[in-house]
Design a protein around this ligand. Structure first.
Ligand code: PLP
Length: 394
């Protein structure tokens, strides 16, 4: 894959061969008749700068134990990225790496709360949020997003009630939000930050989709808002979504204070795990040199997003859909076309399109499915055609 964006739009057999590589799960989990539109990998490979940096590291004997300067380089790249992209200063001395964002969520929850204590999420929500809370034997408090004719909105009154619970320790926030694609506004984030601060609840905010926002929507880092209210936070991110590097496994956590960082670090170093050289090299290349590739990807995602809205309006009016403001995920409501709790299951069988199962996203997920549209125009069109044809059979 190179930086030539025309290659993003053609489903050639060479592209198919690459997508069905022996390493990735997205295109190999199901038989070859199935169009995979489920797990959040993109069908675009990676940018040239990343390929070159990884090849240099492998070819240049760079797979030994890593130097501190490589680790510091990732943090420097993140700080620069947040400064240039989001006009936000992150303190490099309050930042550290983790293997991936989900691992950091587990570490944060286990060090910020005790067994049985409560963690708030805004549901429907990326399923590992729920899994983490349950695996760690904490209690999940769901603050269901309210759906109106124009989209999904946080229920601030209920959030205040849930945060006021004496046993609530953490609000686990996802912004941009997976699966609805909401990019929360400054007003919303202000209110969330104020509520959390009032009740001494730490906000663990997953900003992994931050770079995938469609104008006029713009991602606002939580750290920027939190400073106004004195809200304690741990901000988590990774280059893995915007630059398609999930298998490299490298994420960054940034803390609002030394106290929080020390708590997170209270688990021994080897239990927290380490990041591979290739993860760090790929992340630095993405953040420092990946912009021209990302620009091409955003153009393709933008046109796919428009295509989905038009297709649904013209061909599948029964499907409920709010265009996402960020992410490459379309959250589809099949409630008007079927009584099935899990339409993705049936769509997999009938349409031979693999979607993510809405029921795994907690309350608000019943009757829904998530479609990953980070693919070529041809593939997206084929997937939507199949879904449209399957609707009478659901
Ligand atoms: C909101 C969100 N957080 C985290 C992840 C996974 O990140 P990682 O692979 O770094 O754990 C995803 C993957 O889709 C995601 O959508």
């Amino acid at each position: 894959m190179n930086d030539d964006t025309t290659s993003l739009t053609a489903d050639t057999s060479e592209l198919q061969r690459r997508l069905r590589n022996p390493y990735g799960v997205k295109w190999t989990q199901f038989d070859s008749e199935v169009i995979p539109m489920w797990i959040a990998d993109m069908d675009f490979g990676v940018g040239e700068a990343i390929t070159e940096a990884l090849c240099d590291a492998v070819g240049g004997f760079g797979l030994g134990y890593s130097r501190q300067s490589l680790y510091d380089g990732v943090i420097e790249a993140l700080v620069k990225r947040y400064q240039t992209k989001f006009d936000t200063n992150l303190d490099p001395n309050l930042s550290l790496l983790s293997t991936d964002v989900v691992q950091a969520i587990y570490l944060a929850l286990s060090t910020l709360s005790e067994l049985g204590e409560k963690i708030v999420v805004q549901s429907p929500i990326y399923p590992p949020f729920i899994d983490a809370i349950r695996d760690l034997k904490r209690e999940v408090l769901y603050n269901n997003l309210r759906e109106t004719e124009v989209g999904f909105f946080p229920d601030m009154e209920n959030l205040e009630v849930l945060c006021a619970d004496q046993a609530t320790r953490v609000l686990l926030l996802c912004n941009p939000h997976n699966p609805t694609g909401r990019v929360f506004t400054e007003l919303e984030l202000n209110e969330i930050a104020a509520i959390a601060a009032r009740h001494h609840v730490v906000v663990v905010v997953d900003e992994i989709h931050a770079e995938i926002a469609y104008a006029p929507h713009r991602h606002l880092p939580f750290s920027k808002v939190a400073a106004k209210f004195g809200t304690e936070y741990i901000l988590l991110t990774s280059a893995s979504k915007a630059f398609n590097l999930a298998g490299l496994r490298c994420a960054v956590a940034n803390f609002s204070s030394k106290r929080l960082l020390a708590r997170y670090n209270s688990l021994p170093f080897h239990m927290r795990g380490a990041v591979s050289n290739l993860g760090m090299v790929g992340t630095i290349a993405a953040w420092n040199s990946g912009d021209s590739w990302l620009k091409g990807v955003m153009a393709q995602l933008g046109s796919n997003r428009t295509y989905i809205s038009e297709f649904i309006a013209e061909r599948c009016a029964g499907i409920g859909y709010h265009q996402p403001e960020g992410t490459y995920l379309a959250w589809l409501d099949f409630g008007k076309v079927t009584a099935l709790d899990d339409p993705a299951e049936r769509i997999g069988e009938v349409a031979r399109v693999a979607l993510s199962h809405g029921v795994t996203f907690g309350p608000g997920g019943t009757g829904r499915a998530r479609l990953n549209f980070a693919t070529s125009s041809a593939n997206l069109q084929a997937g939507l055609e199949r879904i449209a044809a399957s609707l009478p059979l659901l």
